[in-house]
Design a protein around this ligand. Structure first.
Ligand code: HEM
Ligand SMILES: N[C@@H](CC(=O)c1ccccc1NC=O)C(=O)O
Length: 283
């Protein structure tokens, strides 16, 4: 019997042929950087539930990182008229958003007294300061220069400023409509990219043409529905946020300084791709 096979004592020397010694090879943990990720939870309170709160946010930020990676690539592919990869990425983004929507079920297991025990330790920190979230809003076209101020003293400021100035995914979709021969107003094509998307009659007309003749405009039709999927998933996330927040803190003022639930409720009125929703009344 070879030295590393001992049926009497499973010393870890061999298990179904699995390699055990990684002193000279890259392991699972090495590849994934688990030493950093799994040592990044530092509860400040003595409360048991703070670990849930921290991991809920950290996992959300990781998914947001992937979403941004996909969304930036979508925008690049739209710019170069390369739609099939963009469709695949948009589908992935919508599924990640669904994942984040369902993640609220885990957080909702935290009761108001459990959260009240943690909340004083959070100080003035708030999801409002999430720079990845803000970039997601910006890349979707919900631009707001005033919100850059919260990041003014952080290393992420230049990145966010660039995200504010870069045309959104929807701006690129509108340009694509124009390149496909659909008449888009000069006003819309030259719109200031640092301002939020404003509904435009020529864009609505163009999408109406697409929906009126899907076989002729199949790729644009598919793009439109993918965008609607994405916005729908994002709306669900916003809704679950505000309802979970109300369930946990009621109408308390937010640690970030806003009115709390009433602020989050206002955000439910944001429409990212206005013409794609408005046109449905016409179909
Ligand atoms: C107990 C759980 C939570 C509570 C009580 C809560 C509460 C709030 C409140 C009150 C605000 C408004 C800003 C403020 O004044 O603080 C806010 C904003 C925000 N929260 Fe949460 N939140 C919770 C969980 C989460 C989670 C899990 C995420 C996921 C990353 C998140 C992400 C955000 C973001 C991105 C904003 C900014 C939204 C915007 O500006 O439209 N929150 N939250
Ligand atoms: N704004 C929340 C605090 C909060 O939720 C929070 C605090 C620190 C890190 C992430 C947070 N989550 C989302 O806003 C509150 O008012 O209780």
């Amino acid at each position: 019997m070879s030295d590393n096979k001992c049926p009497m004592h499973n010393t870890g020397a061999d298990w179904h042929g699995a390699q055990m010694d990684f002193s000279n090879d890259m392991s699972y943990g090495d590849y994934l950087g688990l030493n950093q990720i799994l040592h990044a939870q530092h509860p400040l309170s003595p409360n048991h539930n703070e670990m849930l709160f921290i991991i809920q946010h950290q996992t959300s930020e990781l998914w947001m990182k992937l979403m941004l990676h996909e969304m930036r690539a979508v925008r690049t592919h739209l710019r170069s008229d390369d739609l099939p990869p963009a469709f695949k990425m948009l589908a992935r983004v919508a599924r990640i958003m669904d994942q984040l929507v369902h993640a609220w079920d885990v957080l909702a297991t935290m009761t108001p007294p459990e959260y009240t025990a943690i909340r004083p330790y959070l100080g003035a920190s708030s999801g409002f300061q999430s720079y990845q979230y803000r970039e997601i809003e910006f890349i979707l076209g919900n631009k707001n220069a005033a919100l850059l101020n919260v990041h003014a003293t952080t290393p992420e400021f230049p990145l966010l400023e660039e995200a504010l100035r870069t045309p959104s995914i929807y701006d690129e979709a509108v340009r694509l409509l124009a390149r496909n021969g659909l008449p888009i107003s000069a006003e819309r094509l030259n719109a200031d990219p640092t301002l939020p998307t404003v509904a435009d009659a020529s864009v609505q007309q163009a999408w109406l043409q697409v929906y009126g003749d899907p076989t002729r405009y199949w790729a644009l039709y598919e793009l439109a529905e993918k965008l609607v999927d994405m916005e729908t998933a994002f709306r669900f996330w916003r809704f679950r946020h505000v309802t979970t927040v109300e369930r946990i803190i009621g109408f308390k003022t937010g640690t970030g300084g806003t009115a709390g639930v009433s602020y989050l409720r206002k955000m439910l009125d944001v429409v990212l791709f206005p013409e794609l929703f408005a046109l449905r009344t016409e179909l």
